[in-house]
Every structure is written in C-alpha cells, then in structure tokens.
Ligand binder design. Structure first.
Ligand code: GDP
Ligand code: MG
Length: 441
C-alpha cells in the first residue's frame, strides 16, 4: 500500500472501518471453514488473500462486529466467484438435434443425471429428447438408462449388443435427426480413475457428434479429487459446465469453489437425491452459505445492513422533503456509493438522478474521488456541515488545506451539493417524497 492509501485507511479505522488485524483474525477462521468444506488448499489460500485485500478498510455496519462483517464480505466474494452464467439452467441447445455429452468418473451420477436432465428438458422446455447409453462395459448400465427412460417417458436408443461407443454415438445422431428430436443425450462410461483409454474414447465420441454442451458430472462429496477430474476432463475433452451431485448429503460442497476457481467453467445444476426430479439449477448463494457454514452470521449482517439503510433512507427522506440536505447527508450518500461500488448503483435508482449519476461517473467520480470528497466534508466543522453556505473564502482555504485538496476541488463539491439539494427540493415538492421512497425500497 502506498503511504497515501494507508493514510486513508487510518482515518477510516478511527470511524469504524475494518482494520488489517480485524480482517486477519476473521479470515483465519474463514480459511479453516473453507478447508473443512473440502476446498482445495491453493484455492482457499488464493481466495482468502484476495478477500483480505478487498475487506481491509471497508466500513463496519453499526451493531455488527468486525468479524461478522468480514464473514459477510467473504460470503459475497464467494458468491461472486461461484456465479458463472446469468442463467445456469439454460443450456445452449437450439438448432436441433443438439447433442449433450455427459462425462465423469464411474459412480459420479452420470446416468441418473442424464435421466433427470432429460426429464427437465422435456417438462420445462417441451423438448423432444433421445437418450443413449455409451457404457458398453457394464451391461447393466444400458438397461439402467432404458428403465429410467421408461419411467420418465423419454425415448432411449435401442440397444445393439457389441457396438463400440463411437458407433453408438453415430447411431444416436442419425436417429435424433431422422426422428425429429430436439436434443440427444449421450451417457458415457466412467472409470474409477481417469485413464487414457477412457479419455480417448470420450474424445472420439466428441469428434463424431460435436456436442453443444459437455457436462461434467462430479460427486459433490469428493473434494480434492473433483478438481483433478475437472482439470483433466477439461484439458482432454473440453467441458462446458459442471453438474454437482449428492448435494443432498452432508458434504459442504467445497468442490464447487475449487472447480470453478481452477477451470473457470460454470456449475449449472445440483443433484439433490436419487429421484428423477431431484435436480435443481445451481444457486451460488446457497452453495456459498453451505461452503462457509456461517449462514447465521451472513443473515445477521444482511439484516443489520438493511435496517440501517432503511433508517438512513427514511431520515434522509424526511430532511429532503423539508428541503434540508446538508453536508452530512451528502457524506452519507458518498459513503454508500463507495460501499456500493459506484454512483450509478445508488443514484441510478432514484428518479431524475440516473443522468446525473452518469455524468458524475463520466467525470471520473470514482472511488478515489469519493474518498477525497468525504475527506473534505470531514475537514468541515459541525456548523459548516449543517450550513455549507457559510463557507466563504477563508473557511474554504482551511477546509481544503485540512483535507489536502485545492479550493477548486472544494468548490466542485459544493456545487455538486447545491445541485443535488435543488433537485431533491424539487422532487420533495413533486410527490412529497413518496416517489423517492418508492424508488429507494
Ligand atoms: P454413473 O456411474 O456416473 O452413471 O452413476 P449413476 O448415475 O449410476 O449413480 C450412482 C449412484 O449414485 C446411484 O445409486 C444413484 O442413485 C446415486 N446418485 C446419483 N445422483 C445422486 C444425487 O444427487 N444424490 C444421491 N443421494 N444419490 C445420487
Ligand atoms: Mg452410468
């Protein structure tokens, strides 16, 4: 950290921001929690390091301990890493017939998941689905898929004994085309461990059908192994997504984080049991809570933050309607913007403010400037904050010097405050704040 930045943090620390020590202490426990959840060591280490940089200096919400605040920050960071696609349940399967290749180790849940997914595509998306088993090594495996097919009302490719996986794949493609299927799913054989023969076979199949989606099915109870499996399959065959099975068990699902961090591939579905409808779209929030195992704390912090935001908004609203919007209010806004990572998030929601937010952002009103503006307000006396119009030349000089800024910077801040307070007065008159209240809910 540059001297200047640490100076900023020092100042923040005095006002209830997270100190490096707070963060370090809390993260020690987070690291243990991650490892207990079977997150691989390098991934846990990297993740904690990133969060440490991010968390230090952040403001602590009233009525929450620094430790609790760090847990919340960690939780949000976890969700960020885990979130892959906007809609993980939406597979890229237009252009019929779209091949989906299911790969993974033996017993990971490929056949079961093939059935679950076929059922989902049929019922939720109205797709006509064909399933084919490429598992020629275990005779029972082909029957297993046929039985599932009959159970969920999805067609399976007729079994021809003695055919090689590649030939079955070709036959499935042909049948899917002729039969007017939207999707055909190829359930491959797995081994107990990764081996060359298996990989070559899957590769050949891939070359024959060019899958639209290649889903890696992984047992959510396996930790470290999952990462190796994912890396290997991705390198050799190329995967488009992951399905995490057995998440109905008591594993904490750390594999999800490891795989996501290592391969960068999205987790799309989660298996929650043996039944055909026990498949859900992946929700990063839920898995994050599970990995961290500190859901209570996260909920507590969220509640506290909501309460305080609501209180602040209400107070500010009352003042605005009365045409009072002083420097304390502005500072509160600036701090919220800092927390929300930018102007547009905060102001974009307020009617009439979206455009101004955009202008401010275009004008380079980023974190650094927000911090500088907050510093200038901090250098004002109580009286000046309540009545910024008393800031004449000599007071301006003092305030600017006190915050290490120029008078011209201070003038810009004052002008911004005037504009905002004018706008708020107008809005207050317009709807007695009702509209604003609505927008800030
Ligand atoms: P494959 O060898 O990869 O095809 O694995 P299977 O689909 O045959 O599944 C192996 C076993 O795991 C079966 O007994 C399944 O019922 C079970 N299984 C699969 N997915 C899940 C899941 O999400 N939860 C639970 N509890 N069991 C599952
Ligand atoms: Mg199978």
């Amino acid at each position: 950290l540059s001297e200047r930045l640490s100076g900023v943090f020092d100042r923040l620390t005095k006002q209830g921001a997270l100190s490096e020590e707070d963060v370090k202490t809390a993260l020690r426990e987070v690291r243990v929690a991650l490892l207990e959840a079977d997150v691989s060591l390098p991934v846990a280490r990297d993740f904690v390091k990133k969060v440490q940089e991010q968390a230090t200096g952040q403001a602590v919400t009233k009525s929450i301990t620094p430790g609790q605040q760090v847990v919340k920050i960690v939780h949000d960071a976890l969700v960020d890493v885990l979130r892959g696609e906007d809609d993980p349940g939406k597979l890229k399967i237009d252009n019929p017939p779209a091949p989906i290749l299911m790969v993974g180790l033996q017993g990971s849940g490929k056949t079961t998941t093939t059935g679950k997914l076929a059922k989902r595509l049929k019922e939720k998306e109205g797709k006509k689905v064909l399933m084919a088993s490429l598992d020629v090594y275990r005779p029972a495996a082909m029957d297993q898929l046929s039985v599932l097919g009959a159970q969920i009302g999805v067609d399976t490719l007729p079994i021809v004994p003695g055919q090689k996986p590649v030939d079955i794949a070709k036959r499935a493609k042909q049948q899917a085309t002729l039969g007017g299927y939207d999707v055909y799913m190829l359930d491959t054989a797995g081994r107990l461990h990764i081996d060359e023969v298996l990989m070559d076979e899957v590769e050949q199949v891939r070359n024959v059908v060019t899958p639209r989606e290649t889903l890696l099915v992984v047992d959510g109870l396996t930790g470290q192994v999952a990462v190796e499996v994912a890396e290997e399959f991705d390198a050799k065959v190329g995967i488009s997504g992951v399905v995490l099975t057995r998440m109905d068990g008591d594993g904490r699902g750390g594999a999800a984080l490891s795989m996501r961090a290592v391969t960068g591939k999205p987790i799309r579905f989660v298996g929650l049991g043996e039944k055909m409808d026990a498949l859900e779209t992946f929700e990063p929030d839920r898995i994050a809570g599970r990995i961290l195992g500190m859901g209570d704390i996260v909920a507590l912090v969220e509640k506290a933050q909501e309460t305080i935001e609501a209180e602040q908004a209400e107070r500010m609203m009352k003042r605005m309607v009365k045409g009072q919007f002083n420097m304390n209010d502005l500072r509160m806004q600036l701090e919220q913007m800092l927390q929300m990572g930018g102007m547009q998030g905060m102001m974009g929601m307020m009617p009439g403010m979206g455009k101004m937010a955009k202008q401010m952002e275009d004008a380079g009103l980023d974190d650094k400037i927000l911090r500088q503006q907050i510093a200038m307000i901090q250098s004002m006396t109580k009286k000046e904050r309540a009545n910024p119009q008393i800031l004449q030349a000599s007071r301006k000089k003092r305030v600017a010097a006190g915050s290490g800024m120029d008078v011209s910077d201070l003038n810009k801040l004052l002008k911004m405050h005037r504009q905002m307070s004018d706008m708020m007065k107008k809005m207050g008159k317009m709807g007695k704040g009702k509209m604003l209240k609505q927008a800030m809910k």
